[in-house]
Design a protein around this ligand. Structure first.
Ligand code: SF4
Length: 694
């Protein structure tokens, strides 16, 4: 694929793990990649990388990859290898049969934040144009959907406000519910560097992460809140800012709706939002809340970075709005060094959301009920489009259990392992008549599949990923797909089998269609990306090379909107049977459910999930370091080893979810964010007891 004499960038591609989006140069021997070298001109990583990215090429050649399509009538039958044509014809026949028998809305699709923008765009197009409904959702449902809701309500668009380089201008950095040194290592290193240069640091997290205390970095304040109390603490910070006269009134008067601000200010001043009241709820000392609020409001340029510890709660969307309120109230928005920045977990979470993977939105976050937007796609795609939102992933599973949803196309997502309440996911999948899984490996979800379609790795296809700073990075094919087709070709072949007239010959044509129909991608093309390296959306006539910092002269929605953020305790309560609170996260060497990292050279690090437990709680239960323990909640139980540590507070335990042997999500609950259904992974009442092992 790469030939002698081609420009250097022809071998430069983008890491397929986290939302930092590091650029790498693939070094080839013949048709095989032998090394990934961080690219010096990569705008997100400036020549740096982490241990995951360096070894990312390894899973491309792994023996576990499935390279031929497979079919089986019942999920208890053995798999039967078939030709691609037979697989596409079978799926098309089954999906059409289901729709004839049960109705147009009985099938749907799930897009992947691991796939490219172009592939994600095609899956939502297939569902809308080919399935005739809006039953399309993305794995962002289970991570950053509250970011989409919260930032759209307050600022008018669903994206981080800054570029990564902006951190070099920050005087105060606030990290909430994120562990960037493990989950976003290259950007985590930049934060550490900025702290060493003198920036002040506030960490809001139940667990003592490396940024709180490590050999070269120490946080000024660690607000070690009880899991599930983010909204209470964030609103108490606002209480201090308003009550002590720290509001940037000039900014608020000019840039925000003043009436809504006044309503919000009177709300945050209510006694239940005072630091003293919130100390009782959250366990964070009132004086520390006051000190952190004063530092954030008066310490110069203050930037907030947050992760899934904010979003994966029953009040995830409320917490995002509470963060947005803080930035508006203090004028920390619209210039380098400040802002509100979601740290995206997967390589293309931002992109999968941008590309219309939600059941209520077309690409560019335009609601399906918007007549003008529907008219654009109806003219282009030649069909009448549904103006009603479709089903979200949890609703699809509920409907499957109820018998009204019967078929699903899942591209690059292992919902059985990654979604909450595993038993319910399994019940939903088991109730369907045609489950199609497209992936690199036979993942856990494939246990319930009737058709398996081989996926392609990031090295085997062209496309783009959009990282956490809205940067559209090129993914470049450096080797032919081992299965014969790249993922975008598979979706196109399936669409053709279902009777759609799709004839893309290269992903650049898909990007051209996206750019022509999505205002924030106006002018984006592969030619532009090859010429300038990458661009950050929004791109438009005024900003053809993109927009590093958003909301500079005004918010996307016009006036910034303050939202009331009343704290409501989660229904998940500790009690005599389940007295501890479980929260979850990631470690440096592994990535998400581990399907890729466990098949690379870094699989030797952290070969199992462990449960962190405080020495007092361990002693109470007779547990020693390294012992097997049973972790049980009201939804299920699993077994793993204990690690005794004071990184977690008494009453709190913590684990990761990288290994299928653990299946951490058998214990997580059905509770979810009130606005978006994002699961409440971060708060589960559990009991821990000694065990003899799995
Ligand atoms: Fe960069 Fe993230 Fe890949 Fe590490 S995992 S190399 S930080 S994109």
């Amino acid at each position: 694929v790469i030939e002698k004499g081609m420009p250097e960038w022809s071998a430069v591609t983008t890491c397929a793990y986290c939302g930092v989006g590091c650029s790498f140069k693939a070094e080839m021997r013949g048709e095989e990649v032998v090394r990934m070298v961080p690219y010096k001109d990569g705008k997100a990583n400036h020549g740096h990388s982490c241990v995951k990215g360096r070894f990312a090429w390894g899973y491309t050649n792994h023996k576990d990859r499935i390279l031929n399509p497979m079919i089986r009538e019942k999920v208890t039958d053995p798999w039967r290898e078939v030709t691609w044509e037979e697989a596409f014809a079978h799926i098309a026949k089954e999906f059409r049969r289901i729709q004839y028998q049960y109705g147009r809305g009985a099938i749907g699709g799930i897009t992947s934040s691991r796939c490219t923008n172009e592939e994600t765009y095609l899956v939502q197009k297939l569902v809308r144009q080919g399935f005739g409904n809006n039953n399309v959702d993305t794995c962002a449902r289970v991570c950053h959907s509250p970011t989409g809701y919260g930032l759209r309500m307050t600022y008018g668009t669903s994206a981080g406000t800054q570029d990564f380089d902006s951190v070099d201008y920050s005087d105060v950095i606030v990290i909430i519910g994120a562990n960037p040194t493990d989950a976003h290592p290259v950007f985590g290193s930049r934060i550490k560097k900025r702290i060493r240069e003198g920036a002040r640091l506030i960490v809001i997290d139940p667990r003592r992460t490396d940024l709180v205390r490590s050999p070269h970095v120490k946080a000024d304040y660690h607000l070690a809140l009880r899991p599930g109390t983010n909204v209470a603490v964030l609103t108490a910070l606002a209480h201090v800012i308003v009550s002590e006269g720290l509001v940037n009134e000039a900014f608020v008067r000019e840039r925000c709706d003043w009436d809504e601000f006044q309503d919000w200010a009177s709300f945050v001043l209510q006694p239940e939002n005072s630091p003293e009241a919130v100390e009782k709820v959250s366990g964070v000392p009132a004086e520390m809340i006051r000190a952190a609020a004063r530092l954030y409001a008066t310490g110069g340029n203050a930037a907030i970075y947050y992760g899934l510890g904010v979003t994966e709660h029953s009040q995830g969307s409320t917490a995002v709005m509470a963060i947005a309120n803080l930035a508006m109230a203090t004028g920390n928005i619209g210039r380098p060094g400040v802002g509100v920045n979601p740290l995206r977990g997967q390589n293309n979470v931002q992109g999968s959301c941008d590309m219309g993977s939600f059941p209520h939105e077309f690409p560019g976050y335009r609601h399906v009920s918007d007549d003008a937007t529907r008219a654009i796609y109806e003219a282009l795609w030649g069909v009448k489009l549904d103006s009603e939102p479709g089903l979200r992933i949890p609703n699809m599973l509920d409907a499957a259990v109820d018998g009204t949803f019967k078929g699903i196309y899942i591209q690059g997502e292992d919902i059985l392992q990654s979604d909450p309440n595993t038993k319910h996911v399994a019940a939903g999948l088991a109730a369907m008549e045609c489950v199609v899984v497209q992936d690199l490996f036979l993942n856990e979800t494939a246990n319930y599949a009737h058709v398996f379609l081989p996926g392609s790795t990031f090295l085997e296809k062209d496309g783009t990923f959009t990282n956490a700073e809205r940067r559209i990075n090129r993914v470049r094919k450096v080797m032919e797909p081992k299965s014969g087709y790249a993922d975008w070709e598979v979706t196109q072949k399936l669409a053709q089998a279902m009777g759609l007239d799709w004839n893309y010959t290269h992903p650049s044509q898909i990007m051209d269609e996206i750019a022509a129909t999505t205002p924030s991608f106006a002018g984006v093309s592969y030619e532009l990306l090859d010429r300038v390296g990458s661009v950050q959306w929004p791109c438009n006539e005024k900003a053809p090379l993109g927009t590093p910092v958003m909301h500079v002269n005004g918010f996307v929605r016009g006036k910034g909107r303050f939202m009331r953020t009343a704290y409501v305790a989660t229904d998940e309560k500790v009690g005599p049977r389940f007295p501890l609170l479980l929260t979850t996260g990631r470690i440096l060497s592994q990535y998400n459910v581990g399907a890729q990292t466990r098949r690379t050279a870094n699989s030797m690090w952290h070969p199992e999930d462990v449960l962190e437990i405080h020495p007092h709680d361990a002693e109470d239960r007779g547990i020693r370091d390294g012992d097997y323990v049973k972790l049980a909640s009201r939804t299920g139980e699993t077994t793993l080893r204990a690690r005794i540590t004071d990184r977690v507070a008494p009453g709190v335990v913590y684990t990761t979810f990288h290994h299928p042997a653990t299946q951490a999500n058998v214990v997580t609950t059905e509770y979810s964010d009130w606005a978006t259904n994002c699961p409440e992974y971060k708060v589960t009442a559990v009991q821990v007891s000694p065990s003899n092992g799995p």
